[in-house]
Design a protein around this ligand. Structure first.
Ligand code: PMP
Length: 388
């Protein structure tokens, strides 16, 4: 923020804990190759665009009325999608939608966090979690991951028993590392949480386990999604989004799959009519074209594998680059970049925007089209030569 804005803010009764804070977000720059926010690089095809325009047009005359607060048709579409994508058979009352999975996560924190409560994550992980915690006056604690970024399940269980969080946040695949969470590890944590205490809560109250599956469609084929465990675990909440594999980030649609009990808790804190009629119509229209929307996912997975192999053959200061094993649409790479900001800047000078995120020494790049990845490879080859 500029000095001028700071002076204006100084006269406003901003919450004490927000003084000095800045708005979250990666730079939105007008550059030729944007590989920084893990979007799907492929536009919806003209058929999908036409259906969206038609469906939004059909409801335009209803816009004097509030939308369906319970967005039942869309919740049914989420259920149908999960049956197709993950083989999970859930009912409308086990699903819930919101404006991006960011809003889903915030609603979970509003319902299950709060003053005196703590949420536990596993470091390194998605950098918005501490912001949801801050905004809901929830404590935020981290358990560590293994050196290869896999979950240290014993450390997580120890932290659950010591901290007694009300929410355990697991991210699969994890951002910014791309690391998947094996089902057996998730089940161990769910089993512990079914009996664990929550600090300050009545006896018999147990933590919920939130699995953030924003990137799950990019997992290697054959790996189950956590949504297949919902009928076995009443304390499991799975957050999903249409923003990534589904190529619908601009529409802002995320959803939650969980027991009816968890959904009912979230319904208490949601804003009335939080999902606009336009959003609901556009999302339903996109679900009429599920196969087209997902048609590039396998290709992006192949690009990820090829890019990981290529990155591992590159060197910086005589050492090969490290590449974190990823089941997502991005790769965390480097490991020993002592000048990662400079590498980022030099790539940007060449029109390539990636992300400085994650532990020191690493950078994250998201998978683009073939042409964008060719430009990335060419630029990085040059940059690694000059920054050394
Ligand atoms: N979870 C994770 C792990 C993410 O990386 C993101 C987006 N970067 C989100 C949730 C939020 O995505 P959206 O609000 O677009 O669904």
């Amino acid at each position: 923020m500029t000095q001028e804005t700071n002076e204006i803010l100084a006269n406003l009764p901003l919450r004490n804990d927000l003084i000095g804070e800045t708005p979250y977000g990666a730079p939105q720059l007008d550059v030729p190759v944007c590989l920084n926010v893990n979007e799907n690089p492929y536009e919806p095809n003209p058929d999908v665009c036409a259906t969206i325009a038609r469906r939004v047009g059909e409801i335009a005359h209803t816009l004097n009325r509030y939308p369906d607060r319970e967005h039942v048709a869309l919740r049914q579409a989420f259920a149908d999608y999960l049956a197709q994508e993950s083989g999970a058979h859930l009912s409308v009352d086990q699903l819930w939608g919101a404006n991006g999975s960011n809003e889903i996560m915030l609603q979970l924190f509003q319902a299950f966090g709060g003053p005196g409560r703590t949420a536990l994550g596993c470091d390194p992980t998605y950098s918005m979690y501490p912001e949801y915690a801050r905004d809901t006056f929830t404590g935020w604690k981290l358990a560590h991951r293994n050196a290869d970024f896999t979950l240290d399940v014993d450390a997580a269980i120890e932290a659950i028993q010591e901290i007694k969080p009300s929410m355990v946040i697991l991210t699969s695949p994890n951002n910014p590392t791309g690391t998947p969470l094996p089902t057996a590890d998730l089940e161990r944590i769910l089993d512990v949480c079914e009996h664990a205490d929550v600090s300050g809560a009545a006896e018999g109250v147990h933590p919920i386990v939130v699995v953030d599956e924003a990137y799950i469609e990019f997992r290697n084929p054959g790996t189950p999604s956590a949504v297949t465990l919902i009928d076995r675990y009443a304390n499991l909440a799975v957050s999903r989004t249409m923003s990534k594999a589904f190529a619908f980030a601009g529409a802002r649609v995320g959803y939650l799959a969980a027991s009816k009990g968890i959904i009912d808790c979230v319904r208490i804190v949601r804003m009335p009519y939080h999902l606009s009629a336009i959003t609901q119509a556009a999302a339903l229209a996109a679900f009429e074209h599920t196969d087209e929307q997902l048609s590039r996912v396998a290709h992006l997975r192949d690009i990820r594998e090829q890019t990981a192999v290529w990155l591992a053959t590159q060197t910086y200061q005589g050492q090969p680059l490290e590449v974190a094993a990823s089941e997502s649409n991005f790769l965390l790479f480097g490991g020993h970049f002592d000048k990662r900001e400079r590498i980022f800047d030099e790539l940007l000078n060449r029109g390539i925007l990636i992300r400085v995120v994650g532990p020191d020494g690493w950078l994250r790049v998201c998978m683009g089209t073939d042409d964008e990845m060719a430009q990335f490879r060419e630029a990085l080859t040059q940059v690694l030569r000059i920054v050394e």
